[in-house]
Design a protein around this ligand. Structure first.
Ligand code: FE2
Ligand code: FE2
Length: 282
């Protein structure tokens, strides 16, 4: 695998454009943008801040000498720069309220709440979906930033680029695990798709922010289905895996039902949105 491209957080920031918060307190008009975009920046940055607990969760599945520990250290190093560069950009551009952000960070980190998959198979399935979801969330947030915020677009593109590499690693690790123990992996996949929640549930008012982010079209159930679940399940070719145990065959059937359920909900949401838009035009 190609070595990750080295980039420096401090080089991405236009430091001269910042102002002191003492002489110029934060105001929403400093960076006019839709509430859903602000919510997305807030949730995505706080999720990156919560890194120590994710590191801990992964290490809990890796005994001393296990190769996943080496990966975990590299991953932790890369994730850490996401929070650094995003916070610098946030403070320089004033795109979100720094008091709200710090209050949220204190609450979230005091809780230490992160998903804790039960087994190693659950873990690699969960992180495959989660890294892909995070990549999509950062990418789509970047696309919703004001056109003149080139710094923000660049920062989020770099972060999304790292998430892409993380996703590819976990996705391929899971694919290799399917070749070794397809039944265990199928059971884990069905469970993780059914129970999937974005990281960030410890963030204050997470549900309110998640609704705003979805309404803005940045990340919600349609993106989860189209950009996360579908490409991952297609790559693992879950529909054609042979030699499954009885229990794993049941899990695959449950997975099919779950994906169909999500598809139906997404379709109903699209129909409702189209009807609302039609009513507004008539
Ligand atoms: Fe990250
Ligand atoms: Fe990541």
């Amino acid at each position: 695998m190609e070595a990750p491209r080295l980039w420096y957080p401090h080089e991405q920031i236009d430091w001269g454009s910042g102002e002191d918060f003492g002489t110029h307190p934060w105001n929403a008009l400093d960076y006019p943008v839709a509430e859903g975009v602000r919510s997305s920046i807030y949730v995505n940055l706080l999720t990156e801040d919560n890194l120590p607990y994710y590191t801990n969760s992964i290490l809990s599945h890796a005994p001393k000498g296990h190769p996943i520990r080496d990966w975990n250290y590299q991953w932790t190093m890369e994730e850490n720069r996401h929070a650094m560069v995003m916070r610098d950009w946030v403070h320089i551009t004033r795109c979100i309220d720094p008091v709200l952000l710090e209050d949220g960070r204190r609450v979230q980190m005091s809780r230490g709440e992160v998903p804790e998959p039960d087994t190693f198979a659950d873990l690699i399935c969960y992180v495959s979906f989660q890294e892909r979801a995070t990549q999509i969330a950062h990418r789509n947030t970047g696309a919703h930033l004001p056109k003149d915020d080139k710094m923000g677009r660049n920062v989020l593109a770099l972060v999304a680029g790292d998430e892409t590499k993380h996703y590819l690693f976990y996705r391929d690790l899971a694919l290799a695990a399917f070749a070794i123990d397809p039944s265990t992996m199928m059971i884990a996949t069905a469970k993780q798709v059914t129970d999937f929640a974005m990281p960030g549930t410890g963030i204050p008012s997470f549900t309110r922010h998640a609704v705003r982010i979805a309404r803005e079209g940045i990340y919600g159930l349609p993106q989860f289905l189209k950009d996360v679940v579908t490409p991952v399940l297609d790559l693992w070719d879950v529909g054609h895996i042979e030699g499954l145990s009885k229990e794993a065959e049941c899990a695959r059937a449950e997975l099919d039902i779950e994906v169909a359920k999500i598809s139906n909900t997404v379709e109903r949401m699209a129909q409702k949105a189209a009807a609302t838009a039609g009513a507004a035009l008539s």
